[in-house]
Structure formats: structure tokens, C-alpha cells
Design a protein around this ligand. Structure first.
Ligand code: AMP
Length: 183
């Protein structure tokens, strides 16, 4: 499940995972747990997360691959917020290949940027109203950084080939005789 911060990846990934009866693997949740447990990797991640930047690829890749190796993923899993960089996507391809796992689908949420900022404000207010601790990175300043990071490092994860296939599919729908399939 890919998409900009505040798009609702976590909410939707949870719902989809529940429907499919498989776990949702959120790297954001895993990292927040690591921070809360004050583990060495958690303490390293905290500063980066508070600034709205990305935790180093090797840290995230090992966190997520360790999680994939738990037995509850045998029937599948929904990755939420991972991969977020091209090297992470490449590492994921390799790790899945060595385990003989095939990626079934890539879902990308697209949300208007003004709506994203409203959501982030809403999320912080809702957490405060429910007496929950607000996320330290859910504030307008850090959100700007998170959005910039998404544009620069995460948006390119969608490979050129995938985009080409989508464009061809969209064209084929509107003018079926003009697009030749590449197979
Ligand atoms: P999220 O809950 O998905 O919005 O993630 C919260 C924060 O955790 C992000 O702003 C990053 O600092 C960190 N994070 C989560 N997933 C990743 C990832 N795949 N790569 C690097 N950093 C991540």
C-alpha cells in the first residue's frame, strides 16, 4: 500500500488485511514500537521520524523482512508504508524472490495535497480528543517535510514500466484499436 503521508494507508491497509484474513505489516507501526521499547534501533529511528525524514533503508528492510518471517504471514500479508525508496523496493524484490513469494498487487492512494494537510490536523485532534498520545510527526511543519520526502524519494518507487503499463491500459480502455499489447 503506497501513498503520501495522511492518505489513509494505515486505515485502508488494516481493513483490506482484515477482509483477507492476513496481517497488516506497517513499517511506521513497527518503528514506533521500536521507539517505545527504547531499543537501540528505536532510539536511532526516533530523531529521524520526529523530523519527518526516512529511517535508513537497511534498518527498515531488516525490520520488515524479520516480520515477514513470522508464521502468521503464511497466507499472505499487506505491506503498509513499505517500500518507500527505490533501494527498499529492490531489496523487497530480492527478499521475496529468495522466499518464493510473489507480489500480487500494488495499491497506490492518491489524495489532493490540501486534503492531506486537513487529514493530518484532524488525526492529531482526534487523537487528542480520545486521550491518545498524538504522533510527534503529525504537525504541519513536519508534515511538509514528510510530503517533500514522499515526492523526492517515495514517488519514484513506481517504476517507469509500471506507469507505462497503466498508461497503455488506460488508453486501451478509451481507444481499443489503437494500442497494441507488448506481448
Ligand atoms: P508512517 O506511519 O507510515 O507514516 O511512518 C512514520 C515514519 O516512520 C515515517 O515518516 C518515517 O520516518 C518512518 N518510516 C516508516 N516506514 C518507512 C520506510 N519504509 N522507510 C523509511 N522510513 C519509514
Amino acid at each position: 500500500m503506497l501513498g503520501p503521508p495522511g492518505a489513509g494507508k494505515g486505515t485502508q491497509a488494516k481493513k483490506i488485511a482484515t477482509r483477507l484474513g492476513i496481517p497488516q505489516l506497517s513499517t511506521g507501526d513497527m518503528l514506533r514500537e521500536a521507539v517505545a521499547s527504547r531499543s537501540t534501533s528505536g532510539l536511532r529511528a526516533k530523531h529521524v521520524m520526529d523530523r519527518g525524514e526516512l529511517v535508513p533503508d537497511d534498518v527498515v528492510v531488516s525490520v520488515v523482512t524479520d516480520r515477514i518471517d513470522h508464521s502468521d504471514t503464511a497466507k499472505g500479508f499487506v505491506l503498509d508504508g513499505f517500500p518507500r525508496t527505490v533501494p527498499q523496493a529492490e531489496a523487497l524484490d530480492q527478499e521475496l524472490a529468495t522466499r518464493g513469494i510473489k507480489l500480487d498487487a500494488v495499491l497506490e492512494l492518491e489524495v489532493d495535497e490540501d486534503a492531506l494537510l486537513d487529514r493530518i490536523r484532524g488525526r492529531a485532534e482526534e487523537a487528542a480528543n480520545n486521550g491518545e498520545r498524538t504522533r510527534s510527526d503529525d504537525n504541519p511543519e513536519v508534515f511538509k517535510t514528510r510530503l517533500d520526502v514522499y515526492r523526492a524519494q517515495s514517488a519514484p518507487v513506481k517504476s517507469i514500466d509500471v506507469v507505462t503499463e497503466e498508461l497503455a491500459a488506460a488508453l486501451a480502455k478509451s481507444s481499443p484499436h489503437q494500442v497494441r499489447s507488448n506481448s
